[in-house]
Design a protein around this ligand. Structure first.
Ligand code: HEB
Length: 737
């Protein structure tokens, strides 16, 4: 009787439509998946390939946009009224949460793609009620349209929020094109409950004690203490209100965002100078997050039945804290109060652990009722800035030197928002700061005329005339260019950082070969640059790629395009501490490394292919070519299925698919190295790794391998390889259109 005709608890495996049913990933959860190589393609993007966001952004009326954003800050809307009549704190939090998912280990996360619009981020518990923030921004997005991406708008709104409350920011750069679907490439953790952290601390503490809150390690590339949080639990580790233990988590998580202690203190103290937290009542009255909400809610989540569900009744984190008496103005009050008062543990109305100033009068305004006042309050993680000895020193210095505090906050905030944008060539708009920052991975500007085609053919001749084995030029060019990662646009051939620490010493780059190549190229460079041809110069960065191209032309008989203009960075321009994260654990392209306890070689290969923005066909053609050219990092013959090593042929695929070969594990069951035996004679013909054999084993890769092994596709293979090679060589060339 009266039963709703729409089932609410549909079992996706029983949905006989729209891609429902039991899927491959249900049947074979361990099979290699290529899904992350098929994201963000033309068919999910309404612009297809023909939209130039940079050009659109450059044409925006930037001042008008900022004026509209400033007006928005104090234009309180009934559907989500502004605390204290000002949305400033709210938009700072929105921008911080957009950018704050960045982690330096793999460069993923961050605000560069507008992913906060999509699951899981749009529904993370830590992003509670930010859906309302995006709706507040919608009229502005609608008005300025293609000229401002959501990604840029989220971050700019935080910047304008700061400025509208009297803070002088360090600047702003636009230039982040939106993505149009949820990104699946990022490992956010293995927990299956929100706010769980059983997997990350178990994995981080092999042999240690995950329950030791002061000494636990966070797993691998994660930068948050709980599934669904941007950083740490505000109530303290696992809810324990212990500010000193919380400092441990803060240091780890902010460190993984490439922030040091000073930047961390500046960010937390600066951010919590503004706004308030929301925990007016029973959190059980809050409805499901956006991705789990009913259709009539139109993408809004966290609909609350506590009172009006908004304004003074709002519940977000469940904490009810207001840090300063002037929450809509930049001030030094956060630090003043932190030290002036003693703090007493209390429960928020929602039952969360927080701290109230013992020896203070009620000096804090209520966000909606001018007749009410409160005492100052803080989160456990705020007290960490005073009770952790190292943070304490910095906090006191900032307390006594407001100028230093403001400068540190401005710089750390700018870094937070721009860390994953990559080279300055991508930074757009009238507010790009002049000062060069080390974390940009700067490369010097081109200050001389570039080489022309005649020079290039002479240079290629000189390179091939050095007597160095051409495969070494190929390996070095590949090693240099393929250090790129699209996640935060770091690495790549420009800057020639492969000749600097730490990259020059990475085992995967084969330092001995690298040195031989660099010495030969330095000779070529010297000769060219000293010939004084109207001031024309060539950089080592360019020569590394050119040498690879020259060797490839020789190996393929095909022309390989080249665009000069790379320059050489210096060691001082190279942030060694964060460059170390670009070193691959395993790199199937050069048959380096192997499986670990939890990741198979081929999964590392797909992960790297994703960072190189390769499609499955590009991945396939590259592996086939790299192998026959003999580009394993150590010169080994794994996967070199050819008798014509050094020539660009489709032999890798032809021989991989040849049924006269039978494959057997060759490493006593470890499953990393295999021998290819002649089925009849039992004689060993080939040897291979998992990164080779996956192209015959995984059905979709095998289909592509067949395509390239076909008699009629030998030419297509060579052409596709040259094209994919050229793509990788130029992945970081944001300086050329
Ligand atoms: Fe924060 C808010 C936590 C950092 C900015 N924070 C908040 C809250 C919480 C938190 C819980 C509340 C939410 C609601 O609404 O309820 N944080 C936190 C933590 C940390 C932080 C735990 C680490 C330690 N922040 C931070 C930073 C920043 C910030 C870094 C920036 C820079 N926040 C913020 C703001 C706010 C917050 C502005 C307010 C919002 C409003 O007003 O709405």
């Amino acid at each position: 009787m009266g039963e709703c005709p729409v089932a609410h608890n549909i079992d996706p495996k029983r949905v006989p439509a729209a891609g429902g049913g039991t899927k491959n990933s249900d049947w074979w959860p361990n099979a290699l998946r290529l899904n992350i190589l098929r994201q963000h393609q033309a068919n999910s993007d309404p612009f297809k390939a023909d939209f130039d966001y940079a050009a659109a952004f450059q044409s925006i009326d930037y001042d008008a946009l900022k004026k509209d954003l400033t007006a928005l800050m104090t234009d309180s809307q009934d559907f989500w009224p502004a605390d204290f009549g000002h949305y400033g704190g709210f938009f700072i939090r929105l921008a911080w949460h957009a950018a704050g998912t960045y982690r330096v280990q793999d460069g993923r996360g961050g605000g560069g793609e507008g992913q906060q619009r999509f699951a899981p981020l749009n529904s993370w518990p830590d992003n509670g009620n930010l859906d309302k923030g995006r709706r507040l921004l919608w009229p502005i997005k609608q008005k300025y349209g293609n000229k401002i991406s959501w990604a840029d708008l989220f971050l700019l709104s935080g910047n304008v929020a700061l400025e509208s409350m009297g803070f002088k920011t360090f600047g702003f750069a636009g230039g982040r094109p939106d993505t149009w679907e949820a990104d699946e490439s990022t490992y956010w953790g293995g927990e299956t409950t929100w706010l769980g952290n059983d997997v990350r601390y178990e994995e981080g503490n092999k042999g240690g004690n995950p329950k030791d809150l002061k000494n636990r390690n966070l797993e691998g590339q994660l930068a948050a203490s709980h599934m669904g949080l941007i950083y740490v639990n505000p109530e303290g580790p696992n809810g324990e209100p212990d500010p000193v233990a919380a400092a441990n988590d803060i240091r780890t998580t902010f460190g993984r965002m490439a922030m040091n202690d000073e930047e961390t203190v500046a960010l937390i103290a600066g951010g919590h100078t503004f706004g308030k937290t929301h925990g007016a009542g029973n959190p059980d009255l809050v409805g499901p997050e956006p991705n789990g909400a009913d259709i009539e809610n139109q993408g809004l989540g966290w609909i609350s039945k506590h009172g009006s569900g908004k304004a003074g009744d709002a519940i977000t984190s469940g904490l009810e804290v207001i840090w300063t008496s002037k929450p809509t103005q930049w001030s030094n009050l956060y630090l003043e109060y932190l030290y002036k008062f003693e703090w007493e543990l209390e429960k928020s109305p929602a039952g969360a652990n927080q701290w109230v100033a013992k020896n203070s009068d009620a000096i804090i305004p209520d966000p909606f009722d001018p007749s009410k006042k409160r005492r100052p309050t803080m989160l456990t993680t705020d007290l960490s800035l005073r009770y952790d000895p190292a943070y304490d020193k910095i906090s006191r210095r900032f307390l006594e030197n407001p100028d230093q505090f403001a400068d540190a906050f401005a710089r750390a905030w700018f870094k937070l928002l721009h860390r994953d944008m990559g080279p300055r060539a991508r930074w757009l708009g009238p507010e790009v700061p002049k000062e060069t920052l080390i974390w940009e991975d700067p490369v010097p500007p081109v200050n001389h005329p570039l080489v022309d085609d005649r020079d290039l053919s002479g240079l290629k001749q000189a390179i091939l005339g050095t007597g160095v084995d051409p495969s070494k030029f190929l390996l070095t060019a590949w090693s240099s260019a393929s250090s790129y990662r699209d996640s935060d646009k770091r690495g790549g051939a420009n800057g020639a950082r492969i000749r600097l620490a730490p990259m020059k010493d990475w085992k995967v780059n084969n330092p001995a070969v690298l040195n031989e190549v660099l010495r030969a190229l330095e000779g070529v460079q010297q000769q060219f640059n000293s010939a004084n041809q109207g001031g024309k110069q060539i950089s080592i960065a360019d020569l590394i790629v050119l040498a690879g191209n020259a060797a490839l032309e020789k190996a393929s008989g095909l022309p390989v395009p080249f665009t000069p203009g790379r320059t050489d960075a210096s060691q001082e321009e190279t942030e060694e501490d964060t460059f170390k994260w670009l070193e691959p654990t395993a790199d199937g392209f050069r048959n380096y490394g192997g499986s670990t306890e939890r990741v198979r070689s081929e999964q590392y290969l797909v992960d790297r292919a994703n960072l190189l923005t390769l499609s499955p066909p590009e991945l396939t053609v590259l592996i086939g070519g790299l192998r026959v050219l003999g580009l394993n990092y150590d010169g080994s013959s794994h996967g070199v299925f050819t008798h014509r090593r050094g020539q660009l042929t489709n032999d890798f695929f032809v021989n991989l698919l040849d049924m006269s070969t039978e494959w057997k594990a060759a490493d006593g069951g470890k499953g990393e190295v295999f021998d290819g035996l002649d089925r009849k004679s039992g004689q060993k013909k080939w040897s291979a790794t998992r990164a080779d054999l996956i192209f015959g084993s995984q059905a979709e890769l095998r289909a592509l391998a067949e395509n390239y092994a076909q008699a009629d596709n030998a030419d297509k293979f060579s052409k596709d390889f040259v094209q994919a090679w050229n793509k990788v060589m130029n992945l970081d060339r944001y300086d050329v259109k």
